[in-house]
Structure formats: structure tokens, C-alpha cells
Write a protein that binds this ligand. Structure first.
Ligand code: TRP
Length: 333
């Protein structure tokens, strides 16, 4: 199993934690897991190199703070494993231009900045993502709904390559996270909590102080009416708060609804504000501890990359062989 989350902000947010990292942590019991920080993907839009380096460390520390266990799972940085980029080049040869042009994320992102400012890297991003997945022969790829089309492309490329050049790749499946693990922007509870949203008022960053986080929760947009019940259609705001409450306290939504049944929205927000505040406080101190010892982080990431290469190197060798490349041999041997 394999997954990654882009280091494109100064911190991951609560949506990443609830929607992704918590599943990653649970899945490491069941699967041989590879988790990585896609720094090669991060350079497909304008960025600052010094910031990328710092964000990559923060990303690693936050994944560890969330419970990714480097003794069970390989945690690594994409650019430390050159086979990702090498495989992406080969896959480019079996990807149709029209096929790549149909990727909705590219269309959205390039429309936002204007066609001319979109890079070729942004266009080929899904091919690199396919390489990330196929180089580990992954069976399952936990991703959000927004990445489903990229996993679909990955499946098509794997099948096409296998068909043309012989069985080489495992055809992976997307493991879409459950609806209850999806959380929404506190200011706009109909859109997903996202690092790229215009305002950060509805996004709880994992690096927020307890005070900042509690304030964002207390200012959350709620629905008309006054009744506290779980109803994502009619009451997206309250339902979102109940989901977050349930996940962070390990209590069922029913149980919470029963407790708050006779109370007002404000009571729920104050109580959840404290829960979220405590959570980010603990998460933040664990992250800072990890960030203070860069040597130890470097060691964990090097070990993760070495484990990753144990799988990636033989896959790439099989791909090169199937592709008809002459194997390099030492002169005179
Ligand atoms: N594109 C993913 C995202 O934006 C990140 C990613 C890159 C990824 N490579 C991956 C996720 C491979 C799963 C598997 O969230």
C-alpha cells in the first residue's frame, strides 16, 4: 500500500489528519505500507526552494506525530528514490496526450492560473503519480475522492504496459476514504477542508495554537435552525462539527447527539473548541520535538528511502528489461 500528501503549505491541516493520516496509521497493521512526501510534485507550480525544504521536514515530522511508525512503514521523500522519476519517463511513452489532457485536476489548476502559466510538469503530474504507485507494485492506494481519476489513469497505464510488454505491474485499486472521515471547511461546510482555500478562517492547521484553533471552531458557520443532529444534507455545518468531535474523542456521533440534544449550537462549539485546542496543542508539541532533531529525522527518512528502493530498484529493472533497453554491463565483462 502506498500514499503521499503534498508538502505545499507550511502545515498540514485537520482534514489531512482525519481524512488521510489516521487511515494511514490504521492501515499499517494490515499492509506493508509506503508513505512519502511528494516533493517532485511540489515543484510543478511556482514555489520557493528554501520553503520547500523546510516544508518537507515539517511534513515528515507531522506524519510521524500523527502516528506513522517508521519501524513498520517506510516513510521517505520522493526525490530520495530516483526510480520514481525514471519510471515516470517510461510511462510517458504509453500515455496518450488526449488521455492526459482529460485530467480534471490539471484543467482546474491550469484554468486558475491561466493556460500560459501552467507548467508542463503540472500537465505530466499524473504520470509521475502513476509511477509513484506502480514502482512499489501497490495493491491499494488510500486517496481522497479528488485523486480517483489519477488512480484510474494509473490502472490504465499499468494494464496497457502489461499488455504491450508483458506482465510487469500490479494493477492498483483506489481506497477511497469513508464519508465519515471527510471533513469540511468550517466557514463553508459544503466544500472540503483544503490548504488551498482562499481564507484560512475555516481551516484548522495542525500547527495552530490551541487558542487559534478553538477560535476557528467557535466561529464556524452553522446552519439555520437550532437543533443539534447529524444530517449532512440539511445541516452540513453541525454535522461537520459532530464528525470532528467524534473522530477526536473516539465517541460515536449518536452518543454526542444525545449529550448535546437539549443544548444550543454555541455549547457544542465551545466544547469542540476545547477538544480541538487540546488536540493541536499536543500534536504541535510532538511535531516541534521531532523537528528539533534534524539528524534523527534525516536518519528515519534515509532508512525509509532504503526500504523503498528495495522494491523500486527491481521494479525499474524489470520495466527497463521489458522496454527493450540494453542492460548496462561493465566494459570487458
Ligand atoms: N496527488 C496527491 C495529492 O495531491 C499526492 C500524491 C502524489 C499521491 N503521488 C501520490 C497520493 C501517489 C497517492 C499516491 O493529494
Amino acid at each position: 500500500m502506498l500514499s503521499g500528501a503534498q508538502p505545499t503549505a507550511d502545515s498540514y491541516h485537520l482534514g489531512n489528519y482525519i481524512g488521510a493520516f489516521r487511515q494511514w496509521v490504521a492501515l499499517q497493521d494490515e499492509f506493508e505500507a509506503f508513505y512519502f512526501i511528494p516533493d517532485l510534485h511540489a515543484i510543478t507550480v511556482e514555489y520557493d526552494p528554501a520553503l520547500l525544504r523546510e516544508r518537507t521536514y515539517v511534513a515528515a515530522a507531522q506524519m510521524l506525530a500523527a502516528g506513522v511508525d517508521p519501524s513498520r512503514s517506510a516513510l521517505f521523500v520522493q526525490s530520495h528514490v530516483p526510480e520514481h522519476a525514471q519510471l515516470a519517463w517510461v510511462l510517458g511513452g504509453v500515455t496518450g496526450f488526449g488521455e492526459a489532457s482529460r485530467m480534471t485536476q490539471f484543467k482546474d489548476k491550469s484554468a486558475r492560473g491561466g493556460q500560459d502559466s501552467a507548467s508542463v510538469g503540472l500537465f505530466t503530474y499524473p504520470i509521475l503519480m502513476a509511477a509513484d504507485i506502480l514502482v512499489y507494485q501497490a495493491d491499494k492506494v488510500p486517496v481522497g475522492e479528488d485523486q480517483r481519476q489519477h488512480v484510474e489513469l494509473t490502472r490504465n497505464l499499468a494494464q496497457r504496459f502489461n499488455h504491450r510488454f508483458g506482465e510487469t505491474f500490479t494493477v492498483p485499486e483506489a481506497h477511497i476514504v469513508r464519508a465519515t472521515a471527510k471533513i469540511y471547511d468550517l466557514q463553508d461546510p459544503t466544500s472540503k477542508m483544503s490548504g488551498s482555500s482562499a481564507s484560512h478562517a475555516g481551516v484548522i492547521d495542525l500547527s495552530d495554537t490551541a487558542k487559534q484553533a478553538a477560535k476557528k471552531v467557535r466561529s464556524a458557520v452553522t446552519d439555520s435552525g437550532a437543533e443539534i443532529r447529524f444530517d449532512p444534507e440539511q445541516k452540513p455545518g453541525i454535522s461537520n462539527l459532530l464528525t470532528i468531535f467524534s473522530v477526536l474523542t473516539d465517541r460515536s456521533v449518536d452518543d454526542l447527539v444525545a449529550e448535546f440534544a437539549d443544548q444550543q449550537y454555541g455549547h457544542l462549539k465551545v466544547a469542540l473548541g476545547e477538544v480541538v485546542g487540546d488536540f493541536v496543542q499536543q500534536f504541535g508539541s510532538r511535531t516541534r520535538e521531532l523537528l528539533e532533531d534534524r539528524g534523527e529525522l534525516d536518519r528515519i527518512l534515509a532508512e525509509g528511502a532504503a526500504r523503498a528502493r528495495e522494491v523500486a530498484v527491481p521494479t525499474l529493472a524489470a520495466v527497463y528489461e521489458a522496454s527493450g533497453f540494453v542492460a548496462p554491463r561493465p566494459a570487458g565483462a
